[in-house]
Write a protein that binds this ligand. Structure first.
Ligand code: G6P
Length: 614
């Protein structure tokens, strides 16, 4: 989604840091980019559709050496179109006050049409179709000499969400930033201040950051950050240290972030698990959940909400909670949950899954669940993210920053966190200590099992080569492996642009089988766990229609290997771990298909890493 960068210094030129900050945000997905710099005689604004590299080239052509040197304050943006096409006019920054004020915005101004009509009546002329432009004009309209006060006044009229940064030629030494429902972080360096919508654009400069809270408005000058509430009263926010460094968001020798993150999974999962297992008591220690045994015992039902890959992890969670804790669990797509009169109350435990912790639909569902009195927890990867903060209790995944749009390590970390949660809940109910001890040992094996799958990378690449030209694929799985089939199909859609569908193995014959032919490969999840025999029957049905079958089979399972056209072998695993072990092979499969098709793997078309609009 859209990204914001701001830079404020006394003597460091701003253009370079702004562009490198935008590069760091490219992974989020965008379709145009722009920069506004404050020069002594007015603003310099450059916008471009397409990539940040093209904006950089434009700056190299058009920004004079003198301006580059003397402009030490500026704002920049990558836009992911919501209101209006991805054109130069619609790209941010948007200008107002006769070109004296420039503003960048993430989020959506829901009442923009009425605000725009009001401004038009006063003679304001709009040049874009965006909701953002009204914000710029509103601030300029209220500016009577105090930019912070004008911004507060404008924002009080806004319905919707925003993270904004603005500069004005009338107030050349300051920048105003604000947030409501869209993240904004201020990095406080030794001499310079960097602002961004995502901490990954900041860590190259400093690890000392201030996370703004909803309703905060800050005035930044070269030596100060003053934070206020929307009614302009001072508030104080602590400076925190980011616990990872720039190395974590660089490719480290891999061709793509996605591949790096797939290969990082053993370490990422070690971090997810570290300190959270009790091998003697046979349970998990998840202190962030902050739930007493009594509260755990009172829970009657679980609702697991999420979107995209997180939803698929939640679907695995259903099997884990029902099996290990004997408690009904329903995975729900967050937006559907929210708009379908969710029936949740004090006996229900709502678990929100979100890598970013910022997905708008998931956040809205969290708020609705809190309003209805449910117990709410967040399982998020990004520390300090909105969902993590608002849920108040939860489990951090500690998988490290995930840059590739297609989520990989977050999925396996989410399933692992859900497994530990189910173990903890199960131990307050039907799970014996012995069973708990068995599960603890299983969970501790996860990193090594993933390493064993990664060793099969070459074999998986060979299977991908055979099928890289397919235009349609099916993924089938049964029971706990069904969500993995959905996730395998999602990965290949996202990065290889292959039409793919995931089905319950048994459902294929109720319609989709009509599509099977020699050109429609079927990927069958055949790990040797209960249910496999039945799925083997479904594989026969596919092969009888001449669809080539790629089977993910357990090492040594000659029956399953013989039943498919191409076998990818997996290490033996328990039922609980089968989704994790299988999905890693599917991530690699999708990666290789995308690579062979020449796709832009880390930034797939039309997608955004974190979807902050509903
Ligand atoms: C976007 C991303 C997906 C991701 C989903 C949920 O659609 O492209 O990869 O799974 O959002 O994101 P979250 O951060 O809430 O897990």
């Amino acid at each position: 989604m859209c990204g914001i960068v701001g830079f404020m210094s006394r003597n460091t030129p701003a253009a370079g840091p702004l562009v490198s900050g935008l590069h760091r945000l490219e992974y989020r997905g965008y379709d145009s980019a722009g920069v506004a710099l404050v020069a002594p005689d007015g603003l310099r604004v450059y916008k471009q559709t397409g990539k940040v590299a093209e904006l950089d080239a434009l700056l190299k052509r058009e920004l004079s050496e003198e301006d580059r040197r003397r402009c030490t304050i500026g704002i920049a943006h990558t836009r992911w179109a919501t209101h209006g096409l991805p054109t130069r006019e619609n790209a941010h920054p948007h200008l107002a006050g006769g070109g004296t004020l420039a503003l960048v915005h993430n989020g959506i101004v829901e009442n923009y049409a009425s605000l725009r009509a009001g401004l038009e009546k006063r003679g304001v002329q709009f040049v874009s179709q965006t909701d953002t432009e009204v914000l710029a004009h509103l601030v300029a309209h209220y500016d009577q000499g105090d930019l912070l006060a004008a911004t507060c006044k404008a924002l009080r009229r806004v319905e919707g969400t925003y993270g904004i940064a603005l500069v004005s030629a009338k107030h050349p030494g300051e920048m105003i930033v604000a947030r409501k429902g869209s993240p904004l972080v201020i990095g406080v360096g030794e001499s310079d201040i960097v602002v961004a919508s995502d901490v990954s654009a900041i860590v190259a400069f400093t690890r000392q950051v201030i996370y703004l809270k909803d309703g905060d408005v800050a005035r930044i000058t070269p030596g100060s950050v003053d934070i206020h509430s929307l009614d302009n009263a001072p508030v104080s926010r602590e400076v925190q240290e980011v616990d990872w460094d720039i190395g974590a968001i660089e490719k480290g020798g891999y061709e793509h972030f996605m591949l790096k993150e797939i290969f990082e999974q053993p370490d990422a999962l070690r971090n997810t698990i570290r300190g959270r297992l009790d091998p003697t008591g046979g349970t998990a220690i998840l202190s962030g959940l902050n739930l007493s045994p009594r509260e755990l015992a009172a829970i009657r039902r679980l609702v697991i909400i999420g979107c995209g890959t997180s939803l698929h992890a939640g679907m695995v969670g259903k099997y884990l909670f029902e099996d290990l804790a004997d408690i009904p669990a329903s995975p729900e797509q967050a937006a559907e949950f929210r708009y379908c009169n969710p029936i949740v109350g004090p006996d229900d435990w709502v678990i929100a899954l979100s890598q970013s912790g910022e997905t708008a639909d998931t956040l809205a569902a969290v708020r609705e669940s809190i309003r209805k009195g449910a117990l709410v927890s967040g399982l998020c990867n990004v520390v300090g993210s909105t969902i993590a903060r608002e849920a108040g209790r939860g489990v951090y995944l500690h998988a490290g920053p995930e840059i590739s749009v297609a989520s990989t390590k977050a999925f396996t970390a989410q399933v692992t966190a859900l497994l530990m949660t189910a173990l903890k809940l199960g131990r307050t109910r039907r799970l014996s200590r012995e069973e708990g001890i068995r599960l603890v040992a299983e969970i501790m094996r996860i990193p090594d099992l993933i390493s064993a799958v990664l060793e099969r990378n070459d074999a998986i690449a060979r299977a991908a080569e055979k099928h890289a030209n397919a235009n349609d694929m099916f993924f089938i799985g049964r029971g706990i492996l069904y969500p993995t089939a959905l996730e395998g199909a999602l990965k290949i859609k996202e990065i290889a642009y292959v039409h793919a569908e995931g089905y319950q193995a048994a459902e294929l014959k109720h319609g989709p089988i009509a599509l099977l032919c020699p050109k429609t490969p079927v990927v069958a999840l055949l790990a040797d766990i209960p249910g496999k025999e039945k799925t083997l029957g479904n594989v026969q049905e596919c092969r009888a229609r001449r669809a080539p079958v790629i089977g993910l089979v357990t090492e040594g399972d000659s029956e399953a290997a013989a039943a498919v056209d191409d076998a990818i072998t997996l290490p033996p695993t328990s039922r609980e771990l089968a989704p994790i072990v299988s999905v890693v092979a599917l991530q690699l499969f999708a990666y290789h298909v995308a690579r062979l098709r020449g796709c832009e793997i880390d930034q797939p078309r039309n997608l955004a890493k974190s979807v902050t609009v509903e």
